[in-house]
Design a binder for this molecule. Structure first.
Ligand code: SF4
Length: 335
């Protein structure tokens, strides 16, 4: 293994969508599938070497799919945690989580996010009990673990019962996540009752004390994603965040670039935890915002719908710019 360079003292965040393969089939999940992507099976030594060769110390947030389905996942975590820190999102359904708790030093693990998918768990005898047993195993070995429960509308009738059950079984930290989408012709999270909204706020992940419904509008706000926090797909492609399409290189090909100063967000809303940490309240100047928009949507001037959405966003934030003025702005920086 390649040694980590001397300058290995800078701490960066990497949100790694490790793969899309999952053994569960939750109706509210948009990313997972049962198909195995061969690109996800990169040799561990190569992954670790690529990360180490950046000369940076990473906190790697691994999500999926279900990362523990990778046959060598614990081996990968062992290698990564020698120099870096990890956090993992998992459904806690595989036996190798036990080996993880035995082999991985808990001080190198930021957080284990354990998603409780009730409808999948109920397909098996003792499915819920097995989940709670695994959570307690992590807790007993002093890992920081948080149970996550998506408040999918068909689960509303049982959520209080489930919360009481988790509490009585000694689960310390539970986070309720709103469902984003449409169910029975109703749009969520907008359609939750006031009581449920309050419940979601009470059990929300609030690293900055933020309301789970309030941090979503991000258009034009200054964001640090791209400086020391990045999103990476299963093949090593780096982007500023999951919303963005602009490439920051490929870590597995040892090509990686970073911004030196923060840039405005060109997206109407931000749903990622990355944005909660990286995006402030301050908005950028109009010319910088439009520059970002053009980078993300280079064909914007060809689409009436995109122009309409953009001018709507600008108007919402108090900047009036008519659609016919946009071409001048993109070409000469003025209206
Ligand atoms: S605010 Fe969110 S969506 Fe916007 S650039 Fe930052 S991380 Fe990406």
């Amino acid at each position: 293994m390649m040694p980590v360079p001397e300058s290995h003292n800078q701490f960066c965040e990497l949100f790694w969508e490790f793969g899309s393969r999952c053994n569960f089939n939750c109706p509210y999940c948009i990313s997972a599938s049962n198909i195995y992507n061969t690109k996800e099976a990169l040799p561990i030594s190569q992954i670790v070497k690529s990360l180490n060769s950046t000369g940076k110390k990473w906190h790697i947030h691994i999500s999926g799919g279900e990362p523990f389905l990778h046959p060598d996942f614990v081996e990968l975590c062992t290698a990564l945690t020698r120099y870096h820190k990890i956090s993992v999102s998992t459904n806690l359904s595989t036996n190798n989580v036990v080996i993880f708790t035995e082999q991985i030093p808990q001080q190198q693990v930021g957080l284990v996010k354990a998603s409780l998918h009730i409808s999948e768990r109920m397909k098996f005898v003792d499915g819920l009990k097995r989940f709670v047993d695994f959570v307690n195993l992590f807790q007993n070995r002093t890992f920081k673990i948080q149970v996550e429960y998506t408040l999918y509308p068909p689960l509303v009738h049982r959520v209080f019962r489930d919360l009481i059950y988790l509490n009585t079984q000694g689960v310390h930290t539970i986070r309720l996540k709103p469902f984003f989408g449409v169910y029975n012709n109703k749009k969520y999270p907008e359609s939750y009752s006031n009581d449920l909204r309050n419940l979601l706020r009470r059990y929300a992940e609030t690293p900055k004390g933020l309301d789970p419904f309030a941090h979503r509008e991000s258009f034009g706000k200054i964001c640090h994603a791209g400086i020391n926090t990045f999103y990476m797909d299963a093949s090593g492609n780096l982007r500023r965040c999951a919303n963005s399409k602009v490439s920051y290189g490929n870590l597995f090909n040892n090509y990686f670039k970073a911004d030196t100063s923060p840039r405005p967000c060109p997206f109407p809303t931000c749903t990622s935890i990355q944005g909660v940490h990286s995006c402030g309240a301050q908005r950028s100047t109009l010319s910088k915002i439009l520059h970002e928009v053009f980078q993300e949507y280079p064909s914007i001037l060809e689409s009436k719908l995109k122009i309409r959405n953009l001018t709507k966003n600008l108007t919402r934030y108090g900047t009036r710019l008519k659609a016919r003025q946009l071409p001048n702005f993109f070409m000469y920086g003025k209206n």
